[in-house]
Design a protein around this ligand. Structure first.
Ligand code: DPP
Ligand code: ZN
Length: 879
């Protein structure tokens, strides 16, 4: 397949103003009658007669007519990817096309498919062409009217975008229909339908200008009570978007439907969001605090898309970050204001480093706005989403909260109803601020994580300090030379007493007080009024998606952990301190005494923080979660040996736990559960701290630790505690291991969501038996290779959540994944290609593992029937 290039973008030759769809749902023969009003695009550059080319895949064409006249070949032609009408009329015309699709056979889960008996659809990015022939591109905006027809018995609920217009039962009482009309022009990727036997949780919301909106969340019968949290999150999101961004909802209804088979987390279809049920259903017994948080943020994310994505959409798919980066930024802000801002920041940065940094530093690296793709589904990435959000946050940092809001207001005012580009978006901020964003645009066009190598010197006599920042950008495929980025570097200098110094900037540019402008390969700053040797606090609150290195001693890091007024940076210092200590052990000649001394010093610094009454539980929990094996591995960019890192990690964590034994006991006792479960941030923080203490104590691996762990499980009264204990116990050779795993299974085998936790817990275990266990679980009656959640819970958890066993020295982990990817690819390319992403860092492995991973990738590449999705990923990896 040929790559699609941003440079090749052309406005469409034709536009579609209205779409009338009549969809008769049937498990194997769903008939779609589509009536399109089409006209030449007055903006189109070409004057020659243009053929009409409509996209279409896996469709069975029954009939086609133009202005009421049946078309016969050769007036039209069809092939694997679409339909062409060689010479359509010059004047506007109507095209009527009837196609048939098979929802039951649709294992790719794009277009219309069945999920546990519920008809649903997924169109982003290019699924609409699997429903009917269309100009399936985001810059074609049309008004849709949809009539849905189905069996009353199997599909009493019929939903589509927009507002309900009519519904009735057909003669014979077996079939019925519903008509929906969406008054807002939209691209085809936002189209959606649902038909099924579903229960409804309903409510209402009144917008600030008085529009009363009916809210509905549709779920499996019997699960209504588990949708309350999602409903609550939805209402809070609607209010928040009004107060923070002045955005109101614009239809009379807003529906959410939870389905069990879904490739993504959720989808923002206009007025009809469709969700993976994992991100809707929650109760104290079945959902962890992390799930509650995810539900809150994803419900918000999809709702926020109504303005950033739906009202203003993307001109083409290269602009995906226009809606995704911005909407992630918005949902992160919402979560920050609903919970602890610092903890939210830590969570977001952890995620960015764990997912986006490796992507950006390996063969899958691409710019936030890519300029070429083969399969667009491969670009719903951490780079587009999470780094995209960081880029928007930098704009806010540069402009300040108020100017940023002014830029957003201008964006909504100027582009409402349009399909636009990143340039259009950034121009709004340039226009409200009179700042030049041309260098800043490189964040969208250059890939890779910039490295800032910093050096700080102090002149006691002159009371001055000099900071030199060298910026390096490693070449990535296709782009050898890169231009320096514009980096807002937030900084403080901590004085002897730990306070921020009141220094002056004598040389170098400040964006605002405390935020330096890094503009060149080498940028120098001179600070005055530096009264004592400063300890620098750099990249405060993670002011840019970069890596910073500067020579700091262990004492400096401990000092920062005690004093930095930026709590994010205190966490950052603690994290760095621990990771660095573990890395030192790897190269040590006599690791034993080194472990003891390193752990003792670090533990003392940690203890100080744990005993600080000014810090809240959720924050302390973040400090207690030491960097993971994967986190430490990322600090090494070459010759990564996960087994060695795992051992050093164990030794260090165990020693820290030993040193902190009394403190951890205290923490664990103080945070004990008694009160009734509440998902609020404070209660969740208490549970997080208790569970983090439990994790660390377990690292000691003494009998009493395993007993405590078992008791924690047996006494748990909510899923947060139960799942945490399950994961820990599945990871160690505790006597109660088997019986706890068995108990959890018996308790939850009938709950298709909770049982995913059971699969993951075993797949993530660092025990040597894990790969065999995972292979056995692949044949378990509750595992289903066609259900994405199951694949992610078992195979995904093993490949992406188990660095030690996936990277087995014998390569068996790689072979297993390659084999599964091929099996999944035949059913669902999108999910298969995601799984293949687990290889993204293979080039930095030590040579033996690297060669074994490469061999596994080659086997995938050699397969005869490989999807475009997997083909693109594997080629980039082997390039
Ligand atoms: N559903 C995905 C999201 O909201 C793609 N738009 O990010
Ligand atoms: Zn999104």
């Amino acid at each position: 397949p040929k790559p699609v290039l941003l440079a090749d973008y052309r406005a469409p030759e034709y536009l579609i103003d209205t779409v009338n769809l009549d969809i008769a749902l049937d498990p194997t023969k769903t008939r779609v009658v589509s009536k399109l009003s089409i006209r030449r695009n007055p903006q189109s550059k070409s004057t020659a007669k243009a053929p009409l080319r409509l996209d279409g895949e896996l469709l069975h064409l029954e009939s086609i007519s133009l202005n009421g006249k049946k078309l016969r070949r050769p007036a039209y032609a069809i092939d694997d990817t679409g339909l062409t009408i060689a010479s359509p009329p010059k004047e506007p015309f109507t095209l009527e096309v009837t196609t048939v699709v098979n929802p039951e056979k649709n294992t790719a889960l794009q277009g219309i498919y069945l999920s546990r008996g519920v008809y649903c659809s997924q169109c982003e990015a290019q699924g609409f062409r699997r429903i009917t022939y269309f100009l399936d591109r985001p810059d074609v905006l049309a008004r849709y009217t949809v009539r849905l027809e189905a069996d009353v018995a199997t599909a009493p609920v019929l939903l589509a975008n927009g507002n309900p217009v009519a519904r009735a039962t057909l003669p014979g009482r077996k079939r019925h229909y519903a008509v929906w009309h969406d008054p807002h022009p939209k691209p085809s990727y936002l189209f959606a339908i649902v038909g099924g036997d579903l229960a409804l949780l309903d409510s209402t919301f009144t917008t600030k200008s008085g529009r009363k909106v009916d809210l509905g969340i549709y779920v499996e019968h019997g699960k209504e009570a588990r949708a309350h949290w999602a409903m609550d999150s939805l209402k809070r999101s609607m209010r928040w978007d009004e107060t923070r961004f002045g955005r109101e909802y614009d239809l009379d209804v807003f529906n959410i439907v939870a389905v069990s088979d879904f490739n993504m987390g959720a989808m923002e279809n206009k007025g009809l969001n469709i969700f993976n049920d994992r991100l809707i259903l929650a109760s104290a017994e079945t959902a962890t605090d992390t799930t509650y948080e995810s539900i809150e943020s994803v419900v918000a994310h999809e709702y926020f898309h109504n303005w950033t994505g739906n009202r203003i959409t993307c001109r083409d798919w290269f602009q995906l970050c226009l809606k995704e980066g911005l909407t992630v930024y918005r949902d992160q802000e919402f979560s920050a204001e609903s919970r602890s801002r610092t903890v939210q920041r830590i969570t977001d940065v952890r995620q960015l480093r764990a997912l986006q940094f490796p992507e950006d530093q390996g063969p899958l690296s691409h710019p936030v706005r890519p300029d070429t793709y083969i399969e667009i589904n491969n670009f719903y990435t951490a780079t587009v989403y999470e780094k995209g959000a960081e880029v928007v946050r930098m704009i806010e940092t540069i402009l300040g909260r108020e100017k940023f809001r002014a830029g957003m207001d201008l964006y909504f005012e100027r582009h409402d109803g349009q399909a636009v580009t990143i340039e259009d978006f950034v121009a709004c901020f340039a226009d409200v601020s009179d700042l030049d964003f041309s260098q800043f645009m490189r964040w969208y066009t250059q890939s890779g994580t910039p490295e800032l190598v910093c050096d700080l010197t102090f002149d006691r006599r002159k009371k001055a300090a000099e900071l030199t920042v060298h910026q390096t950008l490693k070449p990535s495929h296709g782009k050898a030379k890169k231009q320096p980025q514009f980096v807002p570097l937030a900084i403080a200098l901590l004085g002897e007493n730990g306070n921020e110094m009141d220094f002056t900037v004598e040389e170098g540019k400040e964006i605002r007080p405390g935020v330096l402008a890094i503009t060149d390969r080498t940028t120098k700053f001179r600070f005055g009024n530096v009264t004592s040797r400063p300890v620098p606090s750099l990249l405060r609150n993670f002011s840019a998606p970069v890596n910073v290195t500067i020579a700091l001693s262990d004492d400096d890091l401990a000092f920062t952990m005690h004093h930095d007024s930026d709590l994010f940076n205190r966490w950052q210092a603690s994290n760095k301190y621990a990771a660095r200590s573990i890395l030192t052990l790897l190269d040590a000649k006599r690791p034993k005494p080194l472990v003891a001394s390193k752990a003792a010093k670090f533990a003392a610094a940690l203890e100080h923080a744990l005993r600080n009454p000014d810090l809240d539980d959720a924050y302390k929990a973040e400090l207690l979660k030491l960097p993971s094996v994967a986190d430490v591995s990322r600090e090494k960019s070459v010759r990564v040996d996960h087994a060695a890192i795992f051992e050093a990690h164990r030794a260090f964590s165990g020693a820290v736990a030993e040193k902190l034994a009394d403190t951890l006991d205290d923490v664990y006792a103080r945070t004990s559960n008694g009160r009734k479960f509440s998902p609020d941030a404070k209660s969740a923080g208490r549970r997080a701290l208790r569970n983090a203490a439990l994790s660390l104590m377990t690292m000691r691996g003494m009998d009493e630790d395993y007993t405590r762990l078992e008791t924690h499980y047996r006494k748990s009264s909510n899923m947060t505690d139960a799942a945490h204990a399950l994961v820990l116990i599945a990871g160690v050779d505790a006597p109660a291991r088997e019986s706890v795993i068995q108990h959890f299974f018996e308790r939850w085998k009938d709950d298709h969501l909770v049982i995913d936790t059971w699969f993951s817990a075993q797949a993530q275990s660092p025990r040597a038996e894990t790969l065999d266990d995972v292979k056995a679980l692949c044949t378990h009656p509750l595992f289903k290779i066609t259900t994405p959640n199951k694949v992610r819970a078992l195979i995904g958890a093993f490949a992406m959540g188990n660095p030690l066993q996936f990277n087995r020295a014998d390569g068996a982990g790689y072979d297993f994944l390659a084999e599964k990817v091929l099996a999944i690819d035949a059913l669902n390319p999108q999910v298969a290609s995601r799984m293949l992403g687990a290889f993204r860092s293979y080039r930095s492995l030590e040579p033996k593992r690297k060669n074994r991973a490469k061999a596994a990738l080659k086997r995938v590449a050699d397969a005869t029937h490989l999807s475009r999705d997997c083909r693109e990923i594997v080629s980039r990896m082997l390039e």
